[in-house]
Design a protein around this ligand. Structure first.
Ligand SMILES: [Mn+2]
Length: 316
């Protein structure tokens, strides 16, 4: 067993008071990994960790198992000193958000992540940049540790890898498929899992399809640009996956850029690619991410950011 995993398991044995958190505005991987790990810790160590989040949980995750365990950071005692705080899928310290006091006051901090990160907050890292999702790291960890799991854990781990791989589109090796295969043999019903995610509000889908309808195409249709105005941004559930998926399924489209007017002078950019990496473009905008799925948040108007993004794709 790897040394860092050994130390993590030792820390779990001794901890009476544990908090787990993912990144602000959790996605499927961040949110479901937190809940899956919490349940595994309860099953195997007899302690139920505190699951904390900041931002909004998208409606499409409303029906996932143990949803009610997640507590908004303002409703928990941020002054307490936990024996152990576990950070999942956070990427960079600024993505932790309001639960940061718990990290600062913790006796020991562990992180389990698959993002490239040069600013580790934890004393102990159980990271794997090659993992497609934190759920995949947790699944391996559970195997190595010999942890007992249950059907809710299996569903949560499946949702975390399904959402972070874009329904398996971005799997990089067979590990994820073997993991799902094992879970299915263990009784996981894939149809139920996908049904759990059908929780988008009608408003969100109608709005997203309108955004697709109004999108613009550049460089011989190789770049699709979608714009979510301030008014529409309020109805966005999660990260606008419907927009990204629909535009990304057009024959000639290689790149999708979705611009979101989060505030009058703050624009979020999500980039997706079918071919070449786009993370250098996200980095040029002050953000970052994975090779074919990256993003940035820029303190500038929608119009200015749109012009910048289109210019950056010139020659790609
Ligand atoms: Mn992730």
């Amino acid at each position: 067993m790897e040394q860092n995993i050994k130390i993590f398991l030792e820390k779990l044995k001794d901890a009476k008071n544990i908090a787990i958190m993912g990144h602000k505005n959790p996605d499927g991987d961040s949110f479901c990994s937190v809940l899956a790990l919490a349940k595994m810790i309860e099953l195997n160590y007899g302690v139920r960790p505190l699951c904390v989040y900041d931002g909004n949980i998208p409606n499409y995750l409303d029906a996932v198992p143990l949803r009610s365990w997640a507590k908004y950071f303002e409703r928990v005692d941020l002054e307490q000193s936990c024996d152990l705080v576990i950070l999942l899928d956070y990427g960079t310290p600024r993505h932790i958000g309001g639960a940061m006091p718990l990290v600062e006051k913790a006796k020991f901090v562990v992180e389990i992540d698959h993002h490239k990160n040069d600013e580790h907050l934890a004393q102990l890292c159980v990271n794997d940049e090659n993992a497609a999702a934190v759920g995949q790291i947790l699944y391996r960890l559970a195997k190595v540790a010999g942890w007992q799991t249950d059907s809710s854990v299996n569903e949560l781990l499946a949702i975390s890898v399904i959402t972070d791989t874009g329904n398996f589109r971005f799997v990089r090796d067979g590990d994820i498929m073997r993991m799902i295969g094992d879970l299915v043999d263990d009784g996981l019903n894939m149809r139920d899992v996908f049904d759990l995610l059908r929780n988008k509000p009608k408003k969100a889908i109608i709005m997203e399809s309108g955004v697709v309808h109004r999108s613009e195409f550049y460089y011989k249709n190789r770049l699709a640009v979608a714009v979510v105005s301030r008014e529409n941004y309020k109805h966005l559930d999660g990260r606008g996956d419907t927009v990204l998926n629909l535009l990304g399924s057009i024959e000639e489209v290689e790149f999708v850029a979705m611009l979101k007017e989060q505030k009058p002078n703050q624009t979020g950019v999500s980039l997706r690619s079918r071919t070449k990496p786009v993370n250098h473009i996200a980095e040029a905008l002050g953000g970052g991410g994975h090779e074919k799925a990256a993003g940035a948040v820029i303190n500038d108007t929608l119009e200015n950011v749109k012009a910048k993004v289109i210019a950056l794709f010139k020659g790609e």
